[in-house]
Design a protein around this ligand. Sequence first.
Ligand code: NAD
Length: 458
Amino acid sequence: MFEQLYLHQKHFSLQLRKDPVEIRLEHLKNLELMIDAHQKDFVEALKNDFAKPEMETLTSEIYPLLIEIRHAQKQLRQWMTAEKVSAPLFLKGTQNFIHYEPRGVCLIIAPWNYPLFLTLGPMISAIAAGNTVVLKPSELASHTSALLARLIKATFAEEHITVVEGGVENTQALLKLPFDHIFFTGSTTVGKIVMEAAAKNLSSVTLELGGKSPTIVDITADLNLAATKIIWAKFLNAGQTCVAPDYLFVQESVYSQFIAALRENLNRIYGKTPEARKANKDFARIISNKHTTRLKEMLEDSLANEGQILYGGDIDVTANFLAPTVIDNVDVHSRLMQEEIFGPILPIMKYKDFSEVIHFINERPKPLALYIYSHSEMNIEQLTRETSSGGLVINDSVIHLANGYLPFGGVGDSGMGNCHGIHGFRTFSHAKGILRQSWGAKLLGMIYPPYTSQKLEI
Ligand code: NAD
């Protein structure tokens, strides 16, 4: 179905290998100009997809993209320069380098939740590394997908970058082709399907997956500040963020104080009544009826198991609306604590001893992100050393995504491989080891046959 497209890109990828850095910089500049010129169109498309507030589109999609693309343009010469490495004594006289070559033809499969940042973000790295790209946006954010298809077509040659729209059947058809690299962002379940398909062609893969990101508030935290930051990180994009705090662990002696701070801030930001919350324009909608129903069922399941709503809980499935919701007394066996929530529901649990939290996290799949609000160096150190997660943020949430110098990616169930900055460039490159022997030099004579007994005695 997409064989012709693949073959054209394969042919063009050989041409791209010959291009100097200036040409790659030109492609990046063109992309930057395109994003910059169409900011309003992107804001509009995301509003149509799930009523994403303009401020959130700017701060969590467009500005991070512009930062990433400018960073890539600044650093690209250095990233592309072959890295000189040393050699052991017996290879004395050789010169050794790591050369980052393009992988070739790459497939980028994106989810719907940040339909701009998670399509164009990896694409920046792929272009910087000298690849061709087939970009498959999610069909669920259909306005953004259509806009991307139109703008990419107007900006790049088809054999360089092409957007393939459509549903799962198109993704599955693409996955049959022998791409040199597949960069997938989405759920852990579909990540496994992608990896299985990639194995048939031995395509290398990067999997940016999901999961439950725990957030800890200990006794030493600044409670009001922690509440403000957690509310932003959780309810941004209506909770449909891969690194959103999934659930909270609060030390029991500050629990009621923290809940009071949380409630006060929620009332101030989203309002005190269901009417006020529904009318609030600073809060996005759920992407589809299917997902709203899923969240409603998760909430009902928790309430049936003695969960108690502390804030929100109002739902209108036909309008894809679920208010920012905080719930406590959750049963750890309920769906809310077993599945990734991926919506505006925040379960809160108490803990007594910090080691309980460490144990709880280590008993479960490795999270994509882990957050702690604390001034206790001992707790921070213990969490850093004794748990495994894609990333760790101390006294904030989500913002590690915005630092292009940090690798961003999951571990175990939350994924494999990294993106952003040099880490993204290297993801889309093959690190080729090059050894150059000085002309006429020979290794120690003993390695060449005949293997005489005299040589063995040395
Ligand atoms: P999803 O896995 O349902 O879909 C992702 C992409 O895969 C979409 O383009 C979709 O069309 C395609 N797809 C779906 N089913 C498929 C199948 N059977 N075969 C082939 N392709 C298929 O994920 P989603 O609902 O779009 O996004 C939400 C998930 O993504 C959450 O789990 C979230 O945590 C995760 N996520 C991770 C990151 C990250 O950076 N790690 C970022 C955003 C979202």
